[in-house]
Design a binder for this molecule. Structure first.
Ligand code: ZN
Length: 64
């Protein structure tokens, strides 16, 4: 069974046409996600996560 996660940011379209967002699981752990480069990585706090989201959307050109 897949772990429940809630999207806590906007879902943004990246430079490569993929989608990126920030998720939080039931324990409050935040995860950076990007469908372009298959990113699924923990991030310690929401502020840097949202900063990453903005930066990543502008620079990620990967797309499946
Ligand atoms: Zn990416």
């Amino acid at each position: 069974m897949e772990e429940y996660r809630e999207i806590v940011s906007d879902v943004v379209t990246t430079a490569g046409g993929a989608q990126a967002w920030i998720e939080m699981n039931l324990s409050g752990y935040l995860t950076k996600r990007c469908t372009g480069c298959d990113l699924d990585e923990d991030v310690p706090a929401l502020a840097p996560a949202l900063q990453w989201l903005t930066d990543h959307a502008a620079t990620c050109t990967a797309h499946h």
